[in-house]
Structure formats: C-alpha cells, structure tokens
Design a protein around this ligand. Structure first.
Ligand code: SAH
Length: 671
C-alpha cells in the first residue's frame, strides 16, 4: 500500500495554502479525504500532483487547487445543504461532505455515478446523495441550497439553478464560450429577485452538457463554430474595477530622459540592494528606465555596484572601460555569444558611456563598477583565473592548469561535459574546480595585498567555473535543479561583490523579472520548486532589498525563434484578458509606477493578491504558443515591491556583432 499521507499534507500546504486558499474548513477537509481513492487504478501515485487527471468515461478529476478554490468561493459551512453538478469521480462531493450537512451530487455518466457511490460508501461518507441525470436542471426536490457548485463549464448560468439557491446562497460555476476563455463566476442570491455576480478569474473545465448547458452536437462542433453573441451580465458590479483602482493608485512617469524619472525611485534609495527587472530581454524602454534609475542611485544615493544578468568575464571588460582600468593580456570584446543583443545594444552602450564619463571625474575608489552575475562563459573564466595566477603565484598557476585542464576540452560545449558526467555517473572535474576556488579564497591574505580588485575578479571567475561545472551536470537532472544552481550562483556572486566593497556598499541588480520577482510567490516556486536571486535577497536583506518588476502590453521586441537563432524584431501580442498586464493596460495610463508594498494602496493590493497570469518573454519569443510558453501565474504584489509599466514598447537596437580587431581603445564592444 502506498502511504500518501505526507503527500496529501504537502499538497494542501503547497498547492492550496501557499496559493491563497485560507478557509480552514476547506484545508481540513482536503487533509482528510484520500484523493487516491478517487482516481483510476494505476494513477494513485499521481493523486497529489498539481494537475487534473483522467478518470473513467473520458472525464477528469479536477486539479486539487481548483476543488479547494471553488469550495472556498462557495463559502460552504457546517449545516449547509449543497448541490454539486458534475460529480465525476465523487472527490469534490466527498470534500464538501466533510464540511456541509448534506450533499446532493448529479453526474451525467451512470458509470461514474456508480463508481463514485461505491467510493463514498467504502469511506463511510454517508451524507452524500448521488444520482445520474442532467444537472443543468438542478435538483428541485432537494432545493433550496446554501451552495451550488458546477464542476463543468457552460455558456451561461442557467436561471433554474439560480432559482434553486436559498436567499444568501452562493453558486460557483465556470462560464465561457470555449474552454480556453472560461471564467469562474460566483453568483450570490441577495433577495428573491436580486443576484450579485463576481468574476473569480480564468479557469479550464470540461464542458457542461445538458439542456441548459452545451448540447452534445454543439460540443462536437464547438471548435469550428463561430462564437455566439456575447452574453451580457445584467447584475450591476458595485465595486470599481481593478483597473480603475490602478488608475487612481498609479503614479504617472515622466519621459525616461527627464531627470525627474529617476527621482520617482528615491523611496527605494535606502535599500542595500535595488533589483530592477524586465519583462523581456529585448525591450528598449526597460533598459533605458533601468539606466535612468541606476544613474540616479549612483549619483545621489551612494550606489557603486551595477550587477547584471551577464557573464562575469564579459561584464568585466565593460567594467574596465567604465572605471578606466587596464585590460588583462587575453581580454576580448564582450558579449559575442548568443544572445548578443542582450548586452550589445545601443541602450547599454549609452549607459556605459555615461557611467564612464561620470567615473572619470572621480577618484578611483568612488567609481561605480559594472559586474556580471551569470555563469555561462566558462572558457573566458578559466583563462582569467590562469592569467591571474600567472601573475601572482606561478606554482598555483600550474596546479590550476592541471585542474582546469580536465574541463578545457569541454569548455566550448559544456553541455556535453554534463551529459558525459551523467552517463558515466562520475563528476570527473568537480573536485578540482571546488578545490581551486577554496584555495584561492584561502590565500586571500597573501594575494589581496597585491590588488583587491584583481583578487575579486579571479575569485569570481573561479566561482563561475565551479558553479558552471555543477550547473551543466544538473541540466540533465531537471530544470529546477539547474535553475536553482544558477540563481544561487548569481546571489553568491552579488554577495561577494558587496563584501569586497565593504559594509556600506550598495548594489543595483539588472536581471529578468523571472530572477528578480520573489519566486516563492509565483508558480516557479510554488509548483516547480524554483528559487531566484530576488527571493534570496529578500531572505538575506529583508526590507533592505527592493524588488522592482517591469511590464508592457504590446509593441515590438528583439528576440529569436530558437536558441542560437538570429535576432529578429517581433510584434508583442496584446496582453491576455486574464493577465496582470491587461489590468495595467485597462488603467489607460501609458507609463506609470505602482507601489505595491504592504499598506501603501491597501484595497488595491488586496485585490491584486489573488494569482493571475503574467507574461515572461526571454531571449526566445513564440507569439503563437504564447499562453503556454510565456505566461505563468504569479501574485504580483507579493512578487515585487513596485511595478513599472510601459503600455507600448519598442525593440532594442542591437550593435553589430562583427567587429574589427583592434587596440584596447575599441573597448568595450570592439566597434
Ligand atoms: N467534481 C469532479 C469533477 C468532474 S469533471 C471531481 O472532483 O472529480 C466534470 C463532470 O461533469 C464530468 O464527469 C462530466 O461527465 C459531468 N457533467 C457534464 N455535464 C453534466 C451535466 N449536465 N449534468 C451532470 N454532470 C455533467
């Protein structure tokens, strides 16, 4: 017998409680009912996965979270009489029966009704009455109900069902023209004739087939059929819309080039680390806005570190340029590998030129530097460590050559090393690269006297080699593990820079929203077990970390179709109706800052808490499969401290990647 008790606990905690289901009746009931008893033979071990599962008669058992969400929305309480339409496996009815007094459940497929009745009987849940039939008529003899739940989606809410609600009763049902645009709707009966309606967000349920639902034929032809006329909801919506509330709370932003733009962020200047996100890797406004804010933080608030989602050795050559430091023997132009436009673009160039000009007027120790947190340029990092040791300790250099020699054959294609390590079951080069970093750090006192800056550079490169070795092996164990290694590496590198610059040092981080927005408040963390640098900064620095997200509705973006593909400019699809982006777009304000910290705009923040879709465009953008490749559910006000909005955005302008060979003055981009 599988013991799934711990899985059940974890399911309730991770999939429900952490996503915001807080009704203790619901959580307790879902801790009690064994979901594995409601899935077909052979699927028990998946019973607590975060997903719907197939059941008999070609139907599905709903995702646990959806069951919890619906029961919570229906506010089911002890003593209630509840109708469920679409009993399916009987699982939701079983959960409801642990709270309510009596449950009436209807299912269209007799096969399912029989199976469900047997399961409930075996568990001794004897307050559920089941029958086979068309649930769109309700269950007149048992009415009125305190709550009605429909586990299948129809074109509209049947009046007969509303009529079977008691005064004060709640009905929760998915409504939509197609499965893709279903919304979960809650109706509350206020009086004999008055009903209030509330939209709880986008969902996906199987179709409700029956007289007041879809006809079977309609269902079959639904895909090819023209959508029917939109339904109008007659009941008034008493509250202002979320978008109206955003319009009130949002602080319109001046032009990015206006010095006042950066001032808007002064409220975060006390933080030790300000993390600035981006909703794509190819949008000019995001780069320019981050540059304007960063300039302000450097010039007025004592920030001296700009740390970017860029490879350390590449960023180091920009850093030498902005701080006017000498180049090492093997330095080469930066950012020549895919995706080149991410850092080789006119906006970054302008920022780098500005930073250099500002630095040149100041003493060396007050200059602000540009650093890379990412771990992909393995071969340049290996070379940088060797160059360093050649200068300071030739004996250590020959040991390092031997150790890194293990990785060198793979350095151009480290994924191949990862696969080899996996198939041979042996991490061939691990011990050497770990020792190398350890010994370098331990020799700090000997080496640092010679030059603290180059020591920081050498150790950062040695850390990159060590973590990249582990990263490429982890790639084959699944995405969460390698993602976590990468973000942990970024965080360690950031901390190493802060430490090297002393206790009063302050940093601005530039990285994608997916790295910056607290992963524990998004599907990434909740469902996939991924963490990120934003979350780690919050854990370490608390309120001294400011997490700023960026978003856009439509426009153009520089991106590729596939990894290593050529850069293209694509149109960004207008944001989906069920996304945070659409709420921001509907505010009607083209450019704004929204402070979403606790207690600032409380009624709005509260309404924004419930998870919604948010768009993530990386270096790859695939507009055709956008919902699945680029949207994921987040709780925006928990993910960020503030959100910066540009309704319409434009692609970055890449710099040429072909460059002339030349002397050092051609840094940083070799143009
Ligand atoms: N609550 C169920 C979910 C089952 S899926 C569970 O926890 O497992 C929805 C079910 O609704 C399907 O089994 C489908 O057969 C049923 N259904 C669809 N239209 C129906 C109707 N008009 N009357 C009753 N059941 C219906």
């Amino acid at each position: 017998m599988l013991d799934l008790g711990p899985d059940r606990e974890r399911m309730v905690d991770r999939q429900l409680a952490r996503r915001g289901v807080s009704d203790s009746h619901v959580l307790d009931a879902m801790r009690e009912v064994p979901r594995e008893a409601f899935v077909p033979e052979g699927l028990q071990e998946f019973a607590y996965e975060d997903t719907p599962l197939p059941i008999e008669a070609g139907q599905t058992i709903s995702q646990p979270y959806i069951v919890g969400l619906m029961i919570e929305a229906a506010e089911i309480r002890p003593g209630d009489r509840v109708l469920e339409i679409g009993a399916g496996s009987g699982y939701a009815a079983a959960v409801i029966s642990r709270i309510a007094d009596r449950v009436y459940a209807i299912e269209r497929h007799d096969e399912l009704t029989v199976l469900a009745a047997n399961r409930l009987q075996r568990l001794g849940y004897d307050n559920v009455e089941l029958r086979t039939g068309d649930g769109t008529h309700g269950w007149l003899e048992a009415a009125p109900f305190d709550a009605i739940l429909a586990a299948a989606g129809g074109p509209a809410i049947p009046q007969v069902l509303k009529d079977q609600l008691d005064i004060g009763g709640r009905l929760v049902m998915p409504v939509g023209e197609t499965q893709r645009d279903q919304r979960l709707i809650k109706v509350t009966r206020i009086s004999a004739t008055h009903f209030e309606e509330e939209d709880l967000g986008g969902v996906m349920f199987v179709p409700l087939i029956g007289e007041h639902g879809w006809s079977r034929d309609e269902q079959e032809h639904l895909r090819s059929r023209r959508a029917p006329e939109p339904r109008s909801f007659r009941e008034p919506m008493p509250e202002p819309s979320i978008s109206d509330q955003i319009a009130t709370a949002a602080e319109p932003l001046p032009d990015i080039d206006d010095p006042a733009f950066g001032h808007m962020m002064d409220r975060f200047a006390k933080a030790r680390v300000v993390l600035l996100g981006e909703a794509s890797h190819g949008t000019s406004e995001f780069y320019r806005a981050r540059a304007a804010i960063t300039r302000r933080l450097i010039e007025e608030h004592g920030f001296t570190i700009v740390a970017a989602e860029a490879d350390w050795p590449d960023a180091a050559s920009l850093d030498r340029y902005v701080r006017d430091r000498p180049a090492p023997p093997h330095a080469e132009p930066a950012f020549r590998r895919f995706p080149t436009w991410m850092w080789r673009n006119t906006d970054v160039e302008a920022f780098i030129e500005g930073l250099r000009a500002w630095n040149l007027d100041r003493p060396t120790e007050e200059r602000a530097g540009f650093y890379g947190l990412d771990l992909y340029n393995l071969s340049a990092s290996i070379r940088a460590v060797l160059d360093y040791l050649d200068k300071v300790d030739s004996e250590a250099a020959s040991v390092a050559r031997q150790r890194y020699g293990c990785l060198t054959p793979w350095a151009k294609e480290p994924q191949v090393y990862g696969r080899m390590a996996l198939t041979s079951g042996f991490a061939l080069c691990e011990a050497g690269v770990v020792k190398m970093l350890g010994e370098l750090l331990a020799s700090k006192l000997d080496y640092v006297g010679r030059d603290g800056e180059t020591f920081l550079d050498a150790t950062a490169n040695a850390r990159l080699v060590k973590n990249a070795e582990a990263y490429y092996r982890a790639m084959y164990y699944g995405s969460a593990q390698s993602w976590n290694l990468r973000d942990t590496h970024m965080f360690e590198t950031l901390c190493a820079i802060l430490d090297a610059k002393g206790p009063r040092s302050k940093a601005v981080v530039w990285a994608h929203n997916s790295h910056i927005g607290d992963a524990s408040k998004t599907e990434m963390g909740l469902v996939r077990g991924e963490l990120n640098i934003g979350q780690l900064c919050r854990e370490r620095f608390g309120k001294d970390a400011a997490l700023i997200g960026f978003g856009t509705h439509a426009g153009t973006v520089a991106c590729a179709d596939d990894w290593d593909g050529p850069v293209q400019v694509k149109r960004v699809n207008p944001s989906r109706p069920d996304s945070y982006e659409r709420l921001a777009h509907d505010s009607g304000i083209g450019r704004f800052l929204l402070d979403v910290r606790e207690g600032v705009h409380e009624p709005l923040r509260y309404r924004l808490l419930a998870p919604r879709l948010e768009r993530f465009i990386g270096v790859i953008y695939r507009p055709d499969t956008e919902r699945w490749s680029h949207y994921s559910a987040c709780s925006l006000p928990q993910q960020f401290d503030a959100y910066i909005w540009f309704d319409e955005t434009t692609a970055v302008t890449p710099l040429p990647t072909r460059m002339r060979e030349g002397p050092e003055e051609t840094y940083p981009f070799g143009l």
